[in-house]
Ligand binder design. Structure first.
Ligand SMILES: Cc1cc2nc3c(=O)[nH]c(=O)nc-3n(C[C@H](O)[C@H](O)[C@H](O)COP(=O)(O)O)c2cc1C
Length: 162
């Protein structure tokens, strides 16, 4: 089963975390995940993906403008209705706006008819409320949560679609 993890990234933090999620999903039996920049991606892979996860750098306490435009113009061309969706963010500061950015991405995915998911508190600790957020200076510490998020998203995709 295919999965696509899209990111907007200028200095690489969001790209790194997208790759952590993809690698973690690929460790789940039956999943094939690829991470793509929003400017360089395989549209056929995205259309065939049952799970689509989208990551943003936090700009002005919300998602980046470039990602918002991409969510409006490009994401709907992938036929997202009924697929599993998720979101993540990277930020420079604790309380820099990560959850706010994630919520806006999830709003878009809901508008496209996706089944949005994070695992929430249903999987025990770490509780990943809306989606994982990495704070740059603690990025190494945050990796483990992104790995667990990838496992949980892969597990849910397999439950729903395998
Ligand atoms: C225009 C701009 C606005 C930003 N605004 C915020 C912000 O509101 N809160 C925050 O924590 N970090 C902010 N940052 C920092 C980025 O969110 C952070 O460095 C992010 O990890 C960059 O991701 P990237 O390396 O994938 O490009 C801002 C960065 C830029 C360039």
């Amino acid at each position: 089963m295919k999965a696509s993890i899209f990111y907007h990234s200028v200095s690489g933090y969001t790209k790194d975390m997208a790759e952590v999620i993809a690698q973690s999903m690929n460790n789940s039996s039956g999943m094939e995940a690829k991470a793509f920049s929003i400017t360089d991606y395989d549209a056929d892979w995205a259309k065939e993906s049952q799970c689509v996860i989208i990551g943003t750098p936090i700009y002005m306490a919300t998602l980046s403008g470039e990602l918002k435009l991409w969510l409006e113009k490009v994401a709907p061309t992938f036929g997202l209705a009924g697929k599993l969706g998720g979101a993540f963010a990277t930020e420079q500061y604790i309380h820099g706006g990560g959850e706010a950015g994630i919520r806006v991405i999830l709003d878009h995915l809901l508008c496209y008819g996706m089944l949005t998911y994070s695992g929430g508190g249903s999987k025990g600790k770490p509780v990943i409320h809306l989606g994982p957020v990495s704070v740059n200076q603690y990025a190494e510490d945050c990796r483990a949560t992104f790995e667990i998020y990838g496992q949980r998203m892969a597990q849910k995709a397999m439950e729903l679609f395998a």
